[in-house]
Design a binder for this molecule. Sequence first.
Ligand code: LMR
Length: 398
Amino acid sequence: MFEHLATVVPDPILGLMAAFRADPEMRKVDLGVGVYRDGQGNTPVLESVRAAESALIARQTTKSYVGPAGNPGFNQSMEQLVLGAAHPALAAGRVRSVQTPGGCGALRLGAELIRAARPDTVVHVSTPTWANHTPLLAGSGLRLERYPYFDPATGGVQFEAMTAALERLPAGAVVLLHASCHNPTGADLSQSQWRELLALVRRRELMPFIDMAYQGLGEGTDADAFGLRLFCAELPEVLCAVSCSKNFGLYRERTGSLHLISSSTGAADAALSQLVRIARGIWSMPPDHGAAIVQAILADEDLRTRWASEVEAMRRRIEELRLELLQQLRRHCPQRDFGFIARQRGIFSFFGIDTAQVHALRERHHIYMTDDSRMNIAGLRRENLEYFVRAVAEVLSG
Ligand code: LMR
């Protein structure tokens, strides 16, 4: 059965993680995989998570199944966190939610629902997009196409080219959008661009599928959800895939949610029954622990306040690192404009160097970023920032 199978080249992000781990050099710098790191280079368990977790373990009475849609309390808390408690779609009863194994599970579940509803649907993703969007979405059998998004000349969004491409799509086409902290570029839509996009999506009858993996790490918990909330309030149907990996630091607990906004409560109930059927056929029922932690935090005023200040601290550290990095780059590489670093949001930046330069950083300086020059800003620290910038200057000078 299996002897003819060829060895698969690792996914670019996972391959880089393995290469970094195998490098014995002490000075090595990991700007690869997208995890938040603190000033000591650690990805800590948040204090609010630790407190919620200890209380949970002490009072847990069973390990019995949670059910295919997951923990109802978690789903409800996530709806309120993602959409805002007073959101009109919630008041109208148009939202249905399913707990998923991470944001990845939500993306796949959403894709499977689209495939069940309209198998010929094409999903349009940004150029570039997160490397794992392709296998997660196309793995459901849907076809993927690309629309222009990142402008290497400015480090921002090519909004005119993006909207011109979306204008040409047929009704019913799915457009995958990043709510904030675009992965891999860090280039986000402004509020006025979200509004313009809303008019286009409505006019062309497109179906938005919004991926929100970094709520709170860009400009703040509400600001990062601006476009998502606007679309969910104004459009009949939206799918939102949400991850708790980054903002709750729950990476390995695989905690996420899929939220479906439907045109009516009846359509929402029918779609939820389909989601439950699909989930049952893939992972049956989601893992409990991460979602139980999130629910405990969001339901308790004190824990929620502690969590919010921890997310804010992460966000500020990323913002400060961006400014420090820019200052150092201006000092050591004055010939090049890196101003985009301060304008981009979240942990990623498309650094704008070519693959040979990325490889030179890796081979000569043990600095790891993906070949497309996506760097995880949070991988920098006071202690290695100057080392990184000097290495960049050396590589840029040939
Ligand atoms: C990343 O983009 O590096 C993270 O979202 C981790 C992953 O699974 O790729």
